[in-house]
Design a protein around this ligand. Sequence first.
Ligand SMILES: *Cc1c(COP(=O)(O)O)cnc(C)c1O
Length: 424
Amino acid sequence: MNTPTLALRSHALALDDADPLKAIRHEFLRPRRADGSDVAYLCGHSLGLEPRRAVTYVNEELEEWQRLAVEGHFNGRRPWLSYHERLTPPLARLAGALPLEVVAMNSLTVNLHLLLVSFYRPAGNRRKLLIERPAFPSDRYAAVSQILAHGLDPADALLEIGPREGEDRIREEDVMLLLDREGEAIATVLLPGVQYLTGQRFDMQAITRAAQAKGCVVGFDLAHAIGNVPLSLHDWNVDFAVWCSYKYLNGGPGAIGGAFVHERHSRDETLPRFAGWWGHDKETRFRMGPDFQALPGAEGWQLSNPPILAMAPLLASLEIFDAAGNERRATKATQLTGYLEFLLREKLGQRLDILTPAARGSQVSFRVRAPSAVLKSLHGGLQTRGFYTDLREPDVLRATPVPLYNSYIEAWEFVAGLEALLTA
Ligand SMILES: *Cc1c(COP(=O)(O)O)cnc(C)c1O
């Protein structure tokens, strides 16, 4: 088939027709346009859509609370005492981890702090914490405040790697060179799995191997990676990882986050940690003894009795992930994202610079070459027409076709809508 045929609307419809995941779309609720049609929601990198069954699952817990009150901890459809354990197997499948290695708890930045307490342990000449220079602000705040908590000077202990002058993405070779040059001074490497702005996916396995060869501990922020790109945290030998669940995991606004701790550390009692009663041995927790005995694995980092109402939507979503299957989802993610990029290049190649490299998940970020007056009204113009994307000031648009709930025709219509606004 030649290029113009591929860019036809009828081709998008044919791709949807052949999509083995097309029915899964209806598992999600979404905003509508004034005419009743679904908006093209391309913002799953920011807040995933609401699973239809989340409504049921949340309501069921509200009912159990009424029906059973305190007995709901032990009785009912899904007893609250062990509710978080229902999230573990599907999270482990997405993380490429053993169930022992993952837990749903707290929120991302809290988990980052908890794991840095255990895995950033500067000593002697090995003091540095390596992060990326254009890091998500919360990650940088966490890193700097951890350094300060050790009584160190961030000017000395914070090491930042960024893109080269005039470039948008960090070159992996530069990460390797830095590790080679300064690895012995680095205590902990903390990098994203997928960069939030450019959508660049890092080679987590290669980075882990290179950094560990230098004696560093390696952690990843998977906010934009989990539920988006294939992960094999256990086999890659990553030391720790954290994530939030409201982006690709569709767990709802402010959903409960997650953490991974490699099996190697699962019974290490020499690790310092900030402890709470939910991380204490399950068998003796309710004896209310004075001395902390950590649960083995990631669960040992839990602090509190977890929020059932915040876990219910995530449970609903993880069931949909399991029904879709990691492989079918990954295949569609590659095809749908490739299709969106193809259309952007084909129809708007002269007006855009695509920032997202081929190593990526579902997100495509691009810089729009347009006068600032056009840019100012672009995002709003898209929104008004039912195309949900986000704008990073002044000129970067992020559009994410999520394989679970987006279609090829939405990608097609979005590009047509963007073209209409840019050529008006
Ligand atoms: C979304 C995101 C966060 C948000 O942190 P919360 O603690 O969940 O508010 C932090 N870091 C990165 C890289 C993110 O993408």
